[in-house]
Design a protein. Structure first.
Length: 119
């Protein structure tokens, strides 16, 4: 059960991040001038992808609550690094991002760390 809860947390965390990124492609750059911030936020919070991303974050938090109630956080938390791995792996396919080698190296280090922590 705890692995299901951790996996669900990771899944909804990744979905939420990807939806928020997709939304920013439609919304454009966040404004830096105070007069434009309110209008940007209204547009953002009316965007289905932003709402979906926030809903995914709430679902992830609910699942995480279940996961840490059933396991030590020192066991569960290292698995959250998988969200980093998945977002980085999916971003070239979904957004056409170029990932430099040093980020891939970082992901490899994260994966080794997750493996060590899971032992």
């Amino acid at each position: 059960m705890v692995y299901f809860l951790i996996g669900g947390t990771i899944f909804f965390t990744v979905i939420g991040q990807l939806l928020l990124k997709r939304a920013t492609l439609e919304l454009g750059l966040a404004p830096t001038q105070a007069a434009e911030i309110a209008a940007y936020l209204v547009r953002a919070f009316l965007n289905w992808q932003v709402l979906g991303g926030l809903a995914s974050a709430v679902l992830a938090a609910a699942l995480w609550l279940g996961a840490v109630s059933r396991s030590n956080i020192s066991f569960a938390y290292p698995f959250m690094g998988l969200a980093i791995v998945l977002v980085l792996t999916l971003s070239p396919f979904l957004f056409g991002e170029q990932i430099p080698w040093n980020r891939w190296l970082g992901v490899l280090i994260v994966c080794v760390g997750i493996w060590v922590a899971a032992q």
